[in-house]
Design a protein around this ligand. Structure first.
Ligand code: 5AD
Ligand code: SF4
Length: 427
């Protein structure tokens, strides 16, 4: 989401007259896009802010801004913490940047803009911005209404609003015309997408509309909430060949008791049933997820239920976190907080189990012919790199430049983070 917002802001700034630079020492304006979903993300953002402030101290003429969820959460207080900052830009204020910059540049003001009631964020485009890219994002909705008890997102991203279908289609067409081959649709809970401007369009309908776009090879989406994953959406995976067989479906905990305390709205059994339906479509259907350890009151038994679920489902990959208190959430005030050492120990047990499962799932690709969207040269050099339909990195040797093409690769080796194979043919 932040990558997408940063791209939107960059396009707007380019329309305003700025150019993008890779080197912050050359910049006239620096915007720091921040995340506050977990304590660690917030620490990282604060340390980046500190580094950028040292540039501002040397070059007081530059404009320094903080945007994203920390900006939304802290508002004015950021000026007290960081008097060198010129702009605090909340999550729904991106569309107002040109007027805000006029105030800063011409009026010499400092600006805080954190209105969360803005329903529709105008997303300006700068033609050609995506020219050398293969894949990109489109936000289809903003905010979240779910109020999971640990989560700060509803407070910093506001209530759920869906973007108009027409705007999304136009944005997708513009991306494809610039050479984008793969689009990932974004929302905190894409399953509850609903646009009613002309006719009612829900998420499966939106997918069907996008899948008809000429030149778009792949569609992905994130994130899906298990409580809202409908049979109609599941049937899209069978029906639409451009919809990749991968889902990111956060489960958070394998214990029903903890799921209830988290206010997640589904049970362990329901989650298992959903994933079974997806793996029935094809056995290599990739399921990735988010999970946390050490939610307040999580006992050893609850933790073992999480481990058991991980072993049962065999996720292709997992993002795993230690629970951290977020300001203003209901879990912040819950009793029986789990000790930090215990959280670390549970996390490392969980991660080592998942590593084995990830490798096992990757090994199952060996001997198969897979479609790869080539993204460029691999980091180690000498090979090309891309992703297969299930979103796994595939490296292979080729003398021809194939960036942006769909190719067939025969998978020979599997590692934890990637697959390796030989090129069969390029379309
Ligand atoms: N503590 C730890 N992890 C969290 N997440 C969200 N809030 C918290 C928190 N307070 C994790 C969830 C979510 C992912 C984006 O971050 O697993 O799915
Ligand atoms: Fe946070 Fe829950 Fe909304 Fe996801 S669904 S953004 S975890 S409140």
């Amino acid at each position: 989401m932040n990558e997408y917002d940063s791209d939107c802001l960059s396009q707007q700034l380019m329309n305003y007259g700025f150019n993008v630079t890779d080197n912050h020492e050359d910049a006239d304006l620096i915007m720091i896009n921040t995340c506050t979903v977990r304590a660690k993300a917030q620490q990282k953002a604060f340390s980046l802010i500190g580094r950028m402030i040292s540039i501002k101290k040397r070059r007081p003429d530059i404009i320094l801004g903080i945007m994203g969820c920390i900006a939304q959460q802290e508002g004015m207080d950021l000026f007290k913490k960081f008097p060198d900052v010129d702009l605090v830009l909340g999550t729904r204020e991106i569309g107002r940047v040109p007027q805000i910059l006029d105030r800063i540049i011409k009026g010499n003001e400092k600006v805080v803009a954190t209105d969360l009631s803005i329903k529709c964020i105008p997303r300006e485009r700068h033609n050609g911005y995506f020219k050398n890219r293969i894949k990109s994002f489109i936000s289809i909705m903003e905010g979240c209404n779910n109020f999971c008890s640990y989560c700060i997102v509803p407070y910093v991203r506001g209530r759920e609003v869906s973007r108009s279908t027409q705007e999304i289609m136009e944005e997708a067409k513009s991306l494809v015309s610039q050479g984008i081959k793969e689009i990932t649709l974004l929302g905190q809970n894409v399953n509850s997408y609903s646009s009613t401007e002309r006719e009612e369009v829900d998420f499966p309908m939106l997918l069907r509309m996008l899948s008809g776009l000429d030149g778009l090879n792949r569609i992905r989406f994130t994130t899906s909430h298990p409580k809202d994953l409908s049979d109609d959406l599941i049937s899209c995976f069978k029906e639409l060949h451009v919809l990749c067989p991968h889902i990111h479906l956060p489960f958070q905990s394998g214990s029903d008791r903890i799921l209830r305390m988290m206010n997640r709205g589904y049970s362990r059994e329901q989650y298992i049933d959903l994933t079974a339906k997806l793996r029935d479509i094809r056995s290599d259907f990739a399921i990735t997820s988010d999970v946390m350890v050490g939610f307040p009151g999580e006992s050893e038994k609850d933790f073992q239920m999480t481990i058991d679920l991980i072993r049962r489902i065999e996720f292709d990959n997992l993002f795993s976190f230690k629970y951290s208190d977020r300001k203003g959430t209901s879990a912040e005030n819950m009793a029986k907080k789990v000790d930090e050492h215990e959280k670390s120990s549970r996390l490392s047990i969980l991660q080592s189990i998942q590593k084995e499962i990830t490798l096992k799932r990757n090994i199952q690709h060996i001997g198969k012919e897979e479609e790869v969207l080539v993204e460029g040269e691999s980091r180690k050099g000498g090979q090309l790199t891309g992703r297969n339909e299930t979103n796994k990195i595939v490296n292979f040797y080729s003398d021809i430049k194939l960036t942006g093409s769909l190719v067939k690769v025969f998978i020979k080796h599997a590692f934890i983070n990637s697959l390796q194979g030989t090129l069969i043919k390029s379309h």
